[in-house]
Ligand binder design. Structure first.
Ligand SMILES: Nc1ncnc2c1ncn2[C@@H]1O[C@H](COP(=O)(O)OP(=O)(O)OP(=O)(O)O)[C@@H](O)[C@H]1O
Length: 262
């Protein structure tokens, strides 16, 4: 079977104001893989996600997104194939949840009056709304949605252009227990329904990882402490190293949890 590399970072450094935010990062993401990037505050997770989303460039090393090297291609072309969930979607939008999802087809904040959605796009939006578990709120106005519902609507929106890669920056932050579990269940369903989709999810918390996570990268002070399959990396030793704290990791029904090792 041919391996499809959607992302390749090779010897990546990011230096700002003379300081290394990332140093020597090398890893790659293939179709169907679901990566977790974990690390303490300031470890460089968002900086890395920004590189993968073609938002910023490495100081040294190369990043290839969908086989194209950053710095050598028009990044707007690349971004069209990336589902980057943007939590800064305007909160006062007068649109319904369904309309917000549909704006993902055009990558705009408001519906484009000159580009009515096709029957195919409408059907795809319904499928995503259903998979993300927000069908009962599809007609609701955006400002009336809960934070958890908004998060799931924004993931559906990011998936409208059928991206090959989904980038998620702390999608469960601020959610209550039920909303978090609904979000993680929706991500598991999504991964089951679109087997070629790949994703990279950034978080501080192992409890916020879907059971369908396949790989993990642990960052500490901008450097990779461990990188590989979730089974190899999400273990007490490497996670304790990454967070500089003695941590005991357990896994049950596919989900991880972490607490101080005594
Ligand atoms: N443009 C910039 N110029 C200088 N320093 C920056 C810049 N962007 C981020 N930093 C610093 O780089 C470090 C890594 O930041 P980053 O946001 O990538 O970490 P993070 O792991 O996502 O952190 P958190 O978990 O707190 O969100 C931080 O110390 C941050 O202050």
């Amino acid at each position: 079977m041919q391996v499809v590399r959607l992302l390749e970072a090779d010897g990546v450094d990011v230096v700002r104001d003379g300081r290394y935010l990332l140093r020597g990062i090398t890893f790659s993401v293939e179709a169907g893989q679901h990566w977790a990037v974990l690390g303490a505050n300031g470890a460089g997770k968002s900086t890395l996600l920004g590189l993968l989303g073609a938002v910023n460039h490495p100081t040294r090393g190369t990043v290839k997104v969908l086989g194209r090297q950053l710095g050598r291609v028009d990044i707007r072309d690349l971004r069209a194939h990336l589902g980057h969930v943007d939590p800064r979607h305007p909160l006062r939008s007068p649109l319904s949840a369904r309309q917000v999802v549909l704006t993902g087809a055009t990558g705009t904040i408001e519906p484009d009056p000159f580009r009515k959605p096709s029957a195919e796009q409408l059907a795809h939006a319904e499928e995503l709304i259903d998979t993300l578990g927000v069908a009962h709120r599809a007609e609701a106005a955006w400002p009336t949605l809960s934070q958890g519902e908004r998060g799931r609507v924004l993931i559906a929106r990011a998936l409208m252009p059928l991206p090959r890669l989904l980038l998620l920056d702390e999608p469960a932050t601020g959610l209550d227990l039920t909303a978090r579990e609904q979000l993680l269940g929706a991500l598991d369903d999504l991964r089951g329904r679109y087997p070629e989709l790949a994703s990279v999810l950034v978080t501080h918390h192992l409890e916020e990882l879907p059971a369908s996570t396949t790989h993990a990268l642990l960052l500490r002070d901008g450097e990779a402490v461990a990188c590989g399959t979730a089974d190899e990396v999400l273990r007490s030793g490497p996670v304790s190293d990454a967070f500089r704290h003695p941590i005991l990791i357990t896994r049950e029904d596919g989900r991880w949890s972490a607490r101080t090792r005594r």
